[in-house]
Design a protein around this ligand. Structure first.
Ligand code: PEP
Length: 253
């Protein structure tokens, strides 16, 4: 059974003190995660160790970095390597968020290299894809997302993709309060699974968790997550509020 995941993406928000308070609030009542459910906290680099420590001894909860560099090591001032992230116990890395693609010019080839270096270092990528508004309005979102998957993931082996995590995040829904409808989300998630199945077979495609991202809130998460090909969410704004993110975790199926 593929994993159902509620993943927080704090982005560049919160001081360490605020982050620790948020985690204390979140865990004031133990989260009820079943065997196939996970909560993942995508936190800023400087907080990874501290938040990882807060999760010690708790079941099915993990930390994610929000990025890593695509080179092994060396003279890259200010960058953080996959090996470093692994050495501090990071579990997941968010790769190819639309904000990184847009503001930091991350190309398909660079994202493919980041996926590789994560896997080589025992880190699990959460690979983001999703179309901008103009592509959705032109009705070409299916081929656009397919191209993103092909360019950055299709060099991987079936073994490497088994149990992989993808987040579909339509850019027009990120931070806008505009959520894709249940039908729009299910349609694209089913398309992504079909593209994966055509390339790698149904067993691999069925093992991949496809999260939805884009204005997931406490009051719409259960509806979106109930769609058959939606395996949880990647959550920005609502993951900064303990009660809301707890409700989102509790909406996993
Ligand atoms: C995100 O940052 O990946 C995201 C989906 O943000 P929000 O939930 O705020 O739309």
């Amino acid at each position: 059974m593929r994993k159902q995941i509620a993943a927080a993406n704090w982005k560049m928000n919160l001081t360490l003190q605020q982050a620790e308070t948020l985690m204390d609030e979140l865990f004031a009542t133990p989260l009820e995660l079943s065997e196939n459910q996970e909560a993942v906290f995508g936190v800023p680099f400087p907080y990874l160790i501290s938040i990882k420590n807060k999760l010690a001894g708790k079941k099915n909860v993990y930390v994610a970095a929000q990025n890593c560099y695509d080179k092994k090591s060396g003279a890259y001032t200010g960058e953080v390597s996959a090996e470093m992230l692994n050495s501090i116990g990071t579990d997941y890395v968010i790769i190819g968020h639309s904000e990184r693609r847009e503001y930091f010019n991350e190309s398909h080839a660079m994202l493919a290299a980041k996926v590789n270096i994560c896997i080589e270092n025992g880190l699990k990528p959460i690979f983001c894809c999703g179309e901008p508004l103009a592509i959705r309005e032109a009705g070409t979102e299916s081929s656009f997302v397919e191209m993103q998957l092909k360019e950055s993931l299709f060099h991987l082996s079936a073994e490497q993709l088994t149990g992989f995590v993808i987040a579909y995040e339509p850019i027009w829904a990120i931070g806008t309060g505009k959520t894709a409808s249940n039908e729009q989300a299910q349609e694209m998630h089913a398309h992504i699974r079909k593209v994966l199945s055509d390339q790698y077979g149904v067993v691999v495609a069925d093992s991949i968790s496809i999260l939805y991202g884009g204005s997931v809130k406490a009051n719409n998460a259960a509806d979106i997550f109930s769609q058959p090909d939606v395996d949880g969410g990647l959550v920005g704004g609502a993951s900064l509020l303990a009660a809301d993110f707890t409700a989102i975790i509790n909406s996993l199926k």
